[in-house]
Write a protein that binds this ligand. Structure first.
Ligand code: EPU
Length: 417
């Protein structure tokens, strides 16, 4: 890609990857056909579909709708070949344990962004009455009787642990309280689907979820929440390129801190009935970032904001509190001429007037997005290697960039060798 273009025009944002994958896992809780709309057309959905098929489900995708027919008798084992490809596969653990009495899930892979422990998943399931062991690379959870309601205090509002415990608790006997629960819009989305399926969940959207177990759930139909990280990526791209981008389908209320940071960086953000419009004229001002669980600043937008700060007026401190390895991509940003120093989970960024194009490599979805944004404001040609990481989280990213005026093209890997 060649830098220098000002992005202008419209993009439409679809359903959130990090909700869609969990909604698919939630469908396992009910026999019958659950229908999910506005599912992003990305590879992770294909992997999760294949995982559900191997458990005995019939999964059909027509455009952006995925229909999952769950049999009365489900398989209970999710093997390494699929699980290693996506972290969200760990989310079948809770529903399979609840439905089958036993669940075996290979320890997950996914993004290369840190150790990503599962201790809170295990602790919570044990408190609900399960026995959890780890053998030969598999996490095995089983129960002798129905799970029983209890109070679980999470050390940290983990998204994955909250989801797994929620899905295990909806059919437990009695009341479960998840305290210090995550409250991301994607968690609210899963709670909404589970409620449609017959679950009884109180405190949705707060950090204390109270779940009254029911005997069984039924299938339901649901539309996935819009992807706030994709929205935030486009919004940052607009500010960075001094552009004018209307993002249809965006929910500003899911992105308040990030949009406020863009305003402080000098952009104009306007809320529209079905989205937002982000305009900027002039070089952005540097903005400090501290990533935190929702409603804090999302870690999934940290690399994009690092790219913004790299060419901003002034200096900024970026603090990453969620994933220790998320600064790995800083070395790549430095290859583009950025002035960034990291120390543990802090990065000091001193803005330079212009970056300079170079070959770089994506190590995970958001690092790839951050590097693409940096390439948009780099002099000359930037080549992003391993772009498949970006495809995992962004539908038609290159096509949309081209429509907005960027000079970007996908080059077959053999032509780069
Ligand atoms: N953690 C533990 N123990 C646990 C659970 C989590 O130590 O039992 C730690 C993790 O190691 C990590 C931190 O807590 O350092 C946050 O983990 P969390 O469970 O909240 O995140 P996740 O469920 O693994 C999801 C998204 C991430 C997103 C985070 C935070 C999916 C598939 N992944 O991960 O998305 O960054 O929440 O919002 O939903 C991405 O889309 O690029 C991505 C990485």
């Amino acid at each position: 890609m060649a830098g220098g273009a000002r992005l202008a025009g419209e993009v439409r944002v679809g359903g959130a990857k990090n909700s869609a994958l969990k909604l698919m896992a939630a469908s396992l809780l009910a026999e019958g056909t659950t229908v999910l709309h506005d599912m992003p057309e990305i590879l992770d959905i294909d992997y999760q579909s294949e995982l559900l098929r191997r458990l005995g489900c019939d999964v059909v995708r027509v455009g952006r709708t995925v229909s999952i027919t769950v049999p009365a008798q489900l398989g209970h084992s999710a093997g390494y070949d699929l699980v290693r490809r996506l972290r969200a596969s760990i989310n079948v653990l809770g529903p399979l344990l609840a439905r089958c009495g036993v669940a075996e899930v290979a320890l997950p892979g996914g993004d290369n962004i840190g150790s990503r422990g599962l201790d809170m998943h295990v602790m919570g399931l044990e408190r609900l009455g399960a026995t959890v062991t780890s053998e030969h690379g598999y996490l095995i959870a089983s129960r002798d009787q129905r799970l029983r309601g209890t109070t679980v205090w999470l050390d940290f509002p983990s998204v994955g642990a909250t989801e797994n415990l929620l899905m295990a608790a909806v059919t437990a006997k009695g009341t479960t309280v998840i305290d210090n629960a995550a409250r991301e819009p994607e968690i609210v989305d899963i709670c909404t689907l589970l409620t449609k399926m017959g679950a009884r969940i109180g405190g949705i959207g707060t950090s204390t979820l109270e779940i009254d177990g029911v005997d069984a759930l039924g299938p339901a139909e649901h539309t996935t929440v819009p992807d706030r990280v994709v929205v935030g990526t486009w919004a940052t791209a607009a500010a960075l390129t001094q552009g004018d981008v209307t993002i249809r389908g965006a929910r500003a209320d899911h992105l308040e801190i990030a949009l406020d940071k863009l305003v402080r960086a000098g952009a104009d953000v306007a809320e529209l009935p079905d989205g937002i419009r982000v305009r900027a004229a002039g070089r952005p001002r540097a903005v400090d970032i501290v990533t935190l669980p929702y409603p804090g600043f999302p870690s999934d937008l940290q690399p994009q904001f690092l790219a913004l700060n790299a060419i901003a007026e002034g200096a900024a401190m970026v603090t990453e509190n969620l994933f220790e390895a998320r600064f790995r991509f800083v070395n790549e940003l430095v290859r583009l001429g950025a002035d960034v120093r990291t120390d543990g989970h802090h990065a000091m960024v001193r803005g330079v007037p212009k970056l300079s194009g170079a070959p770089v490599e994506a190590s995970d979805i958001r690092a790839g997005a951050g590097l693409i944004l940096a390439g948009l404001v780099a002099d000359g040609v930037t080549t992003l290697h391993e772009p498949h990481h970006v495809d995992r989280g962004y539908e038609n990213f290159v096509d949309d960039l081209v429509r907005l005026g960027a000079d970007v093209a996908r080059v077959p890997a053999y032509e780069l060798a």
